[in-house]
Design a protein around this ligand. Structure first.
Ligand SMILES: *[C@@H]1O[C@H](CO)[C@@H](O)[C@H](O)[C@H]1NC(C)=O
Ligand SMILES: *[C@@H]1O[C@H](CO)[C@@H](O)[C@H](O)[C@H]1NC(C)=O
Length: 403
């Protein structure tokens, strides 16, 4: 009697549970596509590309909220493109796991991006997981500083024409090239991202953005071998806030002016960011070349510099590998605000505004700049160096302003 009673009770509870889960699923229309159900093996050796692709393709056909689910573990993954458009919203959840890039030369010299998302709307990439680019195996093949025909190494994760999407709580380590690269994207938020690679790893930009609009990067820590954030041509409404950058080359606009088909860069805001021992802080770099361009409406505000090589720099004669053209840059830089800067410079020239004689910088505003030499205790002072730059200054000015 007691047994039968218990049995009925268990059945009832089970039935209720299933009913509740189904009700929740139906209501939210969420469905999980676990890569393990498609043959993925977390042994950190076998290639899981086909299993991941199958899970993505099934998820992409689901008309509700599809979640490609990657349970804890280390998964080897070759070059892969997750393609949209999809029927519903998509999530790619790396649950505390690690995705590992191939380390053999054959697989990485023939591709631009390791994990690529294309033409996806409403994508979420999250899950506290790590993308391990295994860059150390590839960096010796980066000879682009000497060889103009060099193969560029693949970026870790690419977003091409991805819209209304977010990337949060994801970690990228030791990318072979750029960690995250965006092209043709609109309305994307990056939050709580951690990026790391050695300070001397070549071309390992943190987040590189071209031809995109309404991109936000916030609450993130980026330490890498190249720019923490690199902003290329064709950008509008890019907001960067609460980012800690270092080691690295700072937050850069450019380089611009190397090609003749570049679009404007406008409405860029960098707020509440900290730079730790970077070679540069906030930088704008354009090549001395005959190509037109326009950079305008930039706001740098509430910035802390700790032992930064060149905290504020505009360089319109950018030329990392001489010899270079002597044509003055035709990129017009205007309407740039630097407000509430404090901290230390590791070089004497804390502010460099090296603008083009053919397109002088205009409407530069410096407000409350409080930068000191790292060795100010031993009497070292910082200075400003300006050419072809016009603007105004308010409030505290250390170094003394050019205006
Ligand atoms: C990004 O964040 C802003 C608020 O900071 C929000 O208005 C917007 O909807 C977010 N976009 C996405 C795609 O989550
Ligand atoms: C940004 O920094 C300023 C000054 O340090 C501070 O007053 C403000 O609250 C910060 N904003 C955020 C969103 O943390």
């Amino acid at each position: 009697m007691g047994f039968k009673h218990e049995f009925v009770r268990v059945c009832l509870v089970m039935f209720l549970l299933v009913w509740v889960i189904e009700a929740i699923e139906a209501e939210d229309n969420i469905r999980f596509f676990n890569v393990k159900d498609y043959g993925a093996v977390a042994d950190s050796r076998n290639d899981n590309t086909q299993a991941f692709l199958k899970a993505w393709n099934e998820a992409c056909k689901w008309e509700g909220r599809a979640r490609v689910w990657i349970p804890k573990g280390t998964y080897m993954l070759n070059t892969v493109t997750f393609q949209g458009p999809c029927k519903g919203s998509m999530a790619f959840v790396i649950k505390n796991g690690v995705l590992k890039a191939p380390a053999d030369k054959k697989s990485f010299l023939s591709t631009e991006t390791w994990i690529n998302f294309q033409y996806v709307d409403q994508l979420t990439v999250a899950g506290d997981g790590t993308l391990d680019g295994q860059g150390a195996a590839a960096w010796p093949y980066n000879d682009c500083s000497k060889n103009p025909d060099c193969h560029s190494l693949p970026a870790t994760m690419g977003f091409g024409f991805v819209t209304n999407s977010q990337v949060h709580h994801v970690r990228s380590i030791n990318s072979k090239n750029t960690h995250f690269v965006l092209y043709g994207c609109d309305n994307m938020n990056f939050t709580k991202i951690r990026i790391s690679a050695p300070g001397d790893s070549p071309n390992t930009d943190g987040i590189k953005i071209g031809r995109s609009t309404r991109i936000k990067i916030s609450n993130s820590v980026i330490g890498t071998g190249d720019d923490c954030v690199a902003l290329l041509s064709g950008l509008k409404k890019i907001d960067i806030s609460q980012v800690v950058c270092g080691p690295g080359h700072g937050i850069s606009i450019g380089s611009l002016g190397k090609y003749d088909d570049e679009d404007e860069v406008e409405e860029i805001s960098v707020k509440n960011c900290t730079f730790e021992g970077t070679s540069d802080g906030v930088r704008i770099k354009t090549w001395a070349s005959g190509f037109d361009g326009k950079v305008s409406n930039l706001k740098y505000e509430d910035i802390v510099m700790n032992n930064v090589g060149k905290p504020i720099i505009i360089d319109q004669e950018y030329c990392p590998h001489p010899p270079c053209s002597q044509t003055p840059s035709k990129i017009q830089i205007s309407d740039v605000t630097y407000k509430n800067f404090r901290g230390s410079s590791s070089s004497d020239v804390a502010v460099t505004l090296n603008c083009s004689p053919s397109k002088p910088c205009s409407d530069i505003r410096m407000e409350n700049i409080d930068l000191w030499h790292q060795n100010s205790g031993s009497g070292k002072r910082v200075t400003s160096s300006c050419s072809n730059a016009y603007g105004v200054s308010y409030g505290k000015q250390s170094p003394p302003s050019c205006f």
